[in-house]
Design a protein around this ligand. Structure first.
Ligand code: PEP
Length: 266
């Protein structure tokens, strides 16, 4: 029987929310979802300074917390950096890696994403690896080549069994924070390409089929249902719309609907 992949709704808060603003947002989300059944896996990714607060607020509520980056070293003289063990010690379970803003502004490369991916797996942090093409790459017909290369590079020296704790987010760069959305059928095609790339790397179809793939890029209430209706899109990585409870909660509700449809009937 094919595996049932989890439905995941992740919020990337980027460099927004002080500790008290984070508390307010989490409390509003928790109040709004208190009565919801069939919750998807909800992952909140605040800035480092709000991680501990958010972990404490959500820990009894089945919501997970992720960071937005790590350094790949365990510890050392790396001023300004944060390691995977520092995060797991706080109760953080996920980490976003290779976000296009980090690739664009902070010199993240496919090679550094790979090092961070291995560090996160070593310390049992679930990596959410972001891949996606720029507008120029799409217009030049390079989408598939760029995305496959990013996936293959991120997974270099990663064993097939480690794939069981991996999430990939397809985030076309031109759709992030722009209001432009990748057509759901096209996003699904790229998600299938990602699965095909994993299968080509490991020759294990079951493993590739089990990796959750999220779509990210201007996700909002009006578009998410069609995105989640796609066969290979298992959830969403959400930026702007994760910063307000009234915009994020409808996305969680859309996740609940997909959970209802994917839970095997007994
Ligand atoms: C993101 O930051 O990962 C993202 C997808 O942002 P937005 O939803 O604002 O496009």
């Amino acid at each position: 029987m094919p595996s049932v992949r989890p439905v995941i709704i992740a919020g990337n808060w980027k460099m927004y929310k002080t500790k008290s603003e984070a508390e307010e947002l989490v409390n509003s989300i928790l109040a709004a979802i208190a009565e919801l059944g069939n919750l998807p896996c909800v992952v909140l990714c605040p800035p480092f300074t709000a991680l501990e607060t958010v972990v404490q607020l959500v820990q009894a509520r089945g919501i997970e917390v992720g960071a937005q980056n790590i350094d790949y070293h365990d510890a050392g003289a790396y001023t300004g950096e944060i390691s995977a063990p520092m995060l797991t010690h706080l109760g953080v379970k996920y980490v976003i890696l290779g976000h296009s803003e980090r690739r664009q502004y902070f010199g993240e490369t496919n090679a550094s994403v790979n090092l961070k991916l291995k560090a996160s797996l070593k310390h049992h942090l679930v990596p959410i690896v972001c891949v996606g093409e720029t507008v120029d790459e799409r217009e030049a017909g390079l989408t598939d080549a760029v995305v496959s290369r990013q996936v293959a590079a991120a997974l270099s020296d990663v064993s097939a069994t480690e794939l069981s704790s991996l999430i990939i987010a397809y985030e076309p760069v031109w759709a992030i924070g722009t209001g432009a959305v990748c057509e759901p059928v096209e996003a699904n095609r790229v998600a299938q390409l990602i699965r095909g790339t994993i299968n080509n790397l490991y020759h294990k179809k079951d493993f590739a089929e089990a990796v959750p793939i999220l779509y990210g890029g201007s996700v909002k209430a009006a578009t998410i249902e069609e995105q989640l209706a796609q066969s290979d899109i298992d959830g969403a990585l959400v930026g702007g719309a994760s910063l307000k409870a009234e915009e994020f909660v409808p996305l969680i509700q859309a996740g609940c609907k997909k959970v209802c449809l994917t839970v095997p009937k007994t």
